[in-house]
Design a protein around this ligand. Structure first.
Ligand SMILES: Cc1cc2nc3c(=O)[nH]c(=O)nc-3n(C[C@H](O)[C@H](O)[C@H](O)COP(=O)(O)OP(=O)(O)OC[C@H]3O[C@@H](n4cnc5c(N)ncnc54)[C@H](O)[C@@H]3O)c2cc1C
Length: 244
């Protein structure tokens, strides 16, 4: 896969900080942004994260070119609704060659990998045969597998990016979308390191794991009774729930 940040709100972290400061300042956000120092902005952003006041993060957005993920992964990605997507169309782009993703679990099993390749090649052969028989690409594509690679442009604001990353960087998410969000994080880190640092699994935000099958990185609530660390996770959850 290849991920590139192709556009973003200029001065993203200053924009968030100026927006946040505006709520308690008697001057315009323009003036606040121009006068705001880097240290002051970071202090404000840290406070926003700690207090859960996340709406100022909606003022900045990031646009990514995403190439070479599978259709399986792109389907997972577009479930995140607070974003804009444009995806290469299998209706209008006839695939003369079929680039596809092979999961490591299959690539490492040579006998199955060979069959996998054979089946994908067979699907693509029938696809081309149908195109040659004047079947429209929009119908011929029904035979293409989930493994087929796709291209997208995605624009997401920083708040939704943090939310989506909290779900998709969790080790319970599938490897390909985890890898995608790791790449998105790298791209964001080049222009907004503080925001990039907030792109992390939800357990890092909560201090405990709420998944039924926990990877062990953080204490769960279920097995919390004997562990003081997990006990504090439980009281954190109770506090969180009573506050909401
Ligand atoms: C590990 C994992 C496994 C998954 N397995 C499955 C599965 O088996 N089957 C399946 O169908 N999906 C599955 N999903 C997808 C999941 O159910 C969500 O659709 C996806 O993660 C999008 O996240 P989100 O719902 O928080 O919404 P987003 O679209 O990212 O929206 C962000 C937030 O905005 C709010 N919001 C957005 N739209 C609405 C709305 N219409 N009404 C009210 N509030 C809204 C919610 O607070 C939401 O959390 C899985 C996701 C993960 C991470």
């Amino acid at each position: 896969m290849h991920v590139a940040l192709i556009a973003h709100t200029p001065d993203p972290e200053l924009v968030v900080a100026a927006a946040a400061r505006l709520s308690t300042a008697p001057v315009s956000a323009l003036e606040l942004k121009e006068k705001m120092g880097h240290e002051q902005a970071l202090r404000l952003l840290t406070h926003l994260i700690a207090s859960g006041h996340l709406s100022p993060f909606e003022h900045v957005s990031f646009t990514f070119a995403i190439d070479g993920i599978s259709r399986a992964a792109s389907h997972q990605l577009v479930r995140h609704r607070l974003a804009s997507y444009t995806q290469q169309s299998q209706r209008y782009v006839a695939l003369k060659t079929l680039d596809y993703v092979t999961p490591d679990s299959i690539a490492s099993r040579s006998e199955l990998e060979a069959k996998y390749r054979e089946m994908v090649d067979a699907c693509h052969a029938l696809y081309r045969q149908m195109l040659e028989a004047d079947i429209p690409a929009e119908d011929a594509r029904y035979i293409l597998p989930n493994a087929a690679q796709t291209r997208l442009v995605m624009t997401m604001n920083a708040r939704e990016l943090m939310h989506a990353a909290s779900l998709r960087l969790c080790l319970r998410a599938q490897w390909e979308i985890v890898h995608l969000f790791e790449n998105l994080k790298i791209e964001v880190s080049l222009v907004a390191p503080f925001i990039a640092a907030q792109l992390k699994p939800k357990c890092f935000h909560m201090g405990y794991c709420d998944e039924r099958e926990c990877c062990g990185l953080m204490p769960t609530l279920a097995d919390s009774t004997n562990s003081p660390q997990a006990g504090s996770a439980k009281s954190l959850k109770e506090k969180t729930e009573s506050a909401s």
